[in-house]
Design a protein around this ligand. Structure first.
Ligand code: GDP
Length: 359
């Protein structure tokens, strides 16, 4: 799937860049362009992709702190300038645009949903969010910001692929090391999914294409991505169990949104050397995924790669009613109550959102 990435805020810019680099290093050519927008000049200076500073008259390049309402206001006030910059970068070859942001802060949290709304007004391809939720250890304001942003983002974008910052970290890492490592994992896993949807010449019809990703995300709401990999035998016949157990791990322990298993739609991608992919294993894994997610629409496809390993990617669409998302919204609502200064928002889209149920 050919995509254009637009990072908003610090995390958004870093993740957009990491994804673009992964795609470039592997020669996939799924990422057509990556661009970063921020209110903080210093964050943009650390990036190698093209950037745009907004809100200079309001915050003088210093960022909005954790004020996501200000982030939303600035994005809205400068929407015309941002859309002008994007004109020409969002090419007609792109199958979709991803607006990338960490939702706990200010610029990405407030700005990403506003940008998604502007993009949807202008472009006909799907506009998706790639959103990072704050980890449990981050403070109340981050949780409250993310809750509100997630709700608005889910409404404005065609679908929001959510990554919980606690999901893909390993325990030994410090927060800073942790972010770099998590960004690499996001880049690899989301990068593989996007590359999987690219047409590869000279291969069979079981290969996944971009319409399957788009259809899995079609009903909107929140999406998650699971990933796991294992060494594969040279003989496909020996890999039936490897495929089924890798698919199970991708859904149950390798997911970007833990404990969100129930879904409207799902897509199972098995990546690996075509000679090592056991059809029987793929069929069994897909059947298992249907049972586990309760979804009546489970798609599947291969992603041929020259590798000794086999990887499973599980994209779930419509997980917003899952227990995990409800728990997060509870956490955000609670944090929101704790904030002493419930300033009235000047931004209508934010103002009108109560932190009640997401849908
Ligand atoms: P903004 O610049 O105002 O949009 O805020 P930041 O992007 O700095 O932070 C927003 C949230 O994103 C934080 O609460 C963290 O949860 C998360 N975050 C910040 N930097 C990174 C990063 O590099 N990687 C990841 N995965 N999350 C990050």
């Amino acid at each position: 799937m050919k995509v254009v990435l637009i990072g908003v805020g610090q995390a958004g810019g870093k993740i957009a860049q990491a994804l673009a680099e992964f795609d470039y290093d592997r020669g996939f050519e799924a990422v057509q362009g990556a661009f970063a927008v921020n209110t903080a000049r210093a964050d943009l200076q650390n990036l190698d992709i093209d950037t745009m500073l907004i809100g200079q008259d309001r915050v003088k390049g210093h960022g909005v702190g954790g004020d996501n309402e200000l982030g939303a206001e600035i994005m809205q006030a400068e929407a015309t300038e941002v859309m002008d910059e994007l004109d020409g970068r969002v090419t007609s070859e792109a199958d979709a645009v991803f607006v990338v942001a960490g939702l706990g802060g200010g610029t990405g949290s407030g700005g990403a949903p506003m940008l998604a709304r502007e993009l949807k007004r202008v472009y006909t391809m799907p506009i998706y969010g790639l959103a990072v939720l704050p980890g449990r250890d981050e403070g109340a304001i981050y949780q409250a910001n993310a809750g509100r942003s997630l709700k608005t983002f889910t409404r404005e974008a065609d679908s929001v692929l959510v990554i919980d910052n606690d999901a893909w970290k390993t325990s030994e890492e410090s927060i800073e090391e942790g972010f770099a490592a998590i960004n690499d994992r996001i880049a690899e896993r989301v990068g593989l999914l996007l590359a999987a949807g690219e047409i590869v010449e000279g291969v069979g019809e079981s290969v996944v294409d971009s319409s399957e990703i788009i259809n899995t995300l079609k009903n909107g709401g929140i999406a998650s991505l699971g990933y796991a990999s294992a060494l594969a035998d040279e003989d496909a016949g020996e890999n039936i169990n490897a495929i089924t157990s890798t698919a199970r791990k991708a859904l149950l322990t390798g997911t970007s949104l833990p404990q969100a298993v129930e879904a409207d739609k799902a897509l199972l991608v098995i990546a690996g050397h075509p000679d090592r992919i056991a059809r029987k294993g793929v069929e069994r894994a897909r059947k298992w995924l249907e049972e586990e997610t309760g979804s009546l629409e489970v798609r599947g496809g291969d992603f041929p790669l020259s590798s000794e390993r086999i990887a499973a990617l599980v994209l779930l669409g419509g997980v917003e009613r899952s227990q995990r998302v409800q728990e997060f919204m509870d956490r955000a609502r609670e944090a929101s109550k704790q904030q002493e200064d419930p300033q009235e928002s000047a931004e209508d889209a934010f103002q009108n959102d109560e932190l009640d149920d997401l849908m």
